[in-house]
Design a binder for this molecule. Sequence first.
Ligand SMILES: Nc1ncnc2c1ncn2[C@@H]1O[C@H](COP(=O)(O)OP(=O)(O)O)[C@@H](O)[C@H]1O
Ligand SMILES: [Mg+2]
Length: 253
Amino acid sequence: MVAKRLAKEEVSTIQSIYLHNFSTIKPLAMLALSVQNINKYFHQPVEFQVLKNISFDINPGEFVAIVGKSGSGKSTLLYLLSTMDTDYGGSIAINGTRVTGMPQNKLARFRNEQIGFVFQFHFLLPEFSVLDNVMLPALKRKKKSRPEIEHEAMALLDLLGIKGHERKKASRISGGQQQRVAIARALINGPAIIMGDEPTGNLDSKNTEIVFDIFRQLAAERGQTIIAVTHDDAFAANCDRIIELSDGEMILS
Ligand SMILES: Nc1ncnc2c1ncn2[C@@H]1O[C@H](COP(=O)(O)OP(=O)(O)O)[C@@H](O)[C@H]1O
Ligand SMILES: [Mg+2]
């Protein structure tokens, strides 16, 4: 397991990254995610209902897998949950805030602060350093100074076992390392929820296990909520809960 135990000063650095989440006043029973009666249609090339009356709740700190055959609607659902697609019926609330109907500019800010994304392909900027890639979302947010952001990025890279590679170009590290850098980038703004669309889809079994352990640790030790679409049965079986889609319907939760 690469995710190591934390030294005291590392804990305080990491806590400072996450502090803005803890400092928002939340009711105790607040859900990380509440999804009610989601319906979604595609209109091209033909009218087609891709999601059918999907409802579920996810608690803070839960690690949930979304599974189902190819074409069952997993990516479409995750795209709605991530607030990037707003064309649907029903309602979605994240950390007690209803995001359905929120104006686009407010939604973009909410997304940048509350949600971290990890995709199957890492989408790192190949010519930028590992460190710069991780720092970017925080620099964009403009809430902290560059040295502060750099310090936090280094702490995350250390946590994810990438220390020593921070000055290398992102294109010059291995696939498994790139995916961990992508996770560090997803974590830099201290999101309450981390969403992954086949985050281990491109990794060998050893790196899949490493990424799984990191997610497990983030959920257990920091109470971050993890929602990951996966094709990997072993990965899903080890999550707290499985949500299965079949032809756009939820068949198990
Ligand atoms: N933009 C789109 N327009 C029309 N149909 C789409 C679009 N995106 C996905 N689909 C269709 O919706 C269904 C679900 O797709 P998707 O959510 O990507 O499935 P999964 O991620 O489970 O493989 C598929 O039949 C796919 O072809
Ligand atoms: Mg998909």
